[in-house]
Design a protein around this ligand. Structure first.
Ligand SMILES: [Ca+2]
Ligand SMILES: [Ca+2]
Length: 294
């Protein structure tokens, strides 16, 4: 009888340990997607070139991109474009900053940037992947960039979605004010338009304290031209960030975690907590200390 009880306890302990392991694995799998994936530039050195800092490389254009203190409502460390011309830079995911990779089948990936237009206010951001078709290992070819979005100079600062592979630029009819901070989001559906994807742009004026986003009228459900890129550059390969800047600031660039993923993480955390209490109670009832810790 005693040995039968011991066997039952062992079986239950093993089952609890397995459940704890499963919960841990779930948390581990979800955590890269749910943690902050917004690059705030705070670890960069101000009044210095962006190139060479934290894995950033300048990959074209003139005038360079630098790091400085922001203006107006955002005095934090920001990226600063050249006062004339325009420049491009790229960075590949590493242990210091990375965004979770995609499957390519997502229907609601959200990218974000904060921009502060000045006088030649180009500010572009997107994700990409270095193709094997060139000899380097940085996102520096048009065919290595996914869809870009942000602002582009055309009789003022217009909002823009540029198709992948530096393809067609779709401009808004509205213009942004200079010397104001805006937050711009691109919501992408990788599966739409038979694999070309679709993107919609949303905007809020941070300097005016706007708390909700407004859909940009001309830039809804725009084809993203995902097949314009090199054959080995597809959303599931994206592992780097690409930016282009004219005169102005950019900050807080990256991927906004999906609410569904965050909800799953909360669910997994609650599951762990309930499991921990159950194991502890069982151990107390059995008159021994709980061995597994979650
Ligand atoms: Ca910042
Ligand atoms: Ca390259």
């Amino acid at each position: 009888m005693a040995s039968q009880l011991t066997g039952q306890r062992k079986a239950k302990a093993l089952r609890n340990a397995a459940l704890i392991g499963l919960a841990g694995a779930l948390l581990f799998a979800l955590s890269p997607a749910a943690r902050a994936q917004i690059y705030s530039a705070e670890e960069l050195t101000r009044r210095a070139s962006l190139g060479g800092q934290d894995g950033w490389q300048l990959v074209g254009g003139f005038g360079g991109i630098s790091v400085d203190q922001g203006s107006g409502i955002n005095p934090s460390t920001v990226l600063q474009g050249p006062s004339s011309f325009s420049s491009f830079a790229a960075r590949t995911n590493d242990s210091n900053f990375s965004f979770a990779q995609f499957t390519g089948l997502e229907t609601s990936v959200v990218l974000q940037i904060d921009v502060y237009p000045v006088f030649t206010p180009m500010a572009l951001f997107g994700l990409g992947h270095d193709s094997i078709t060139d000899t380097d290992s940085v996102i520096n070819q048009a065919s290595e960039t996914g869809p870009l979005f942000g602002t582009m100079t055309s009789n003022g600062a217009r909002l823009v979605i540029q198709e992948a592979g530096r393809g067609t630029s779709h401009l808004s009819s509205i213009t942004l004010a200079n010397l104001s901070w805006y937050q711009i989001r691109l919501e992408m559906d990788f599966t739409a338009n038979a694999g070309q994807g679709s993107g919609s742009l949303f905007l809020r004026n941070l300097s005016l304290g706007e708390t909700s986003f407004t859909a940009v009228p001309d830039l809804q459900n725009i084809s993203l031209g995902l097949t314009n890129t090199a054959a080995d550059v597809r959303p599931f390969t994206y592992d780097g960030m690409f930016i282009g800047m004219g005169f102005g600031h950019m900050d807080n660039i990256g991927v906004v975690p999906e609410p569904a993923t965050s909800a799953l993480l909360v669910g997994a955390t609650l599951f762990c907590a309930v499991l921990r209490i159950a194991v502890k109670r069982r151990a107390e009832r059995d008159g021994r200390k709980a061995v597994p810790r979650v």
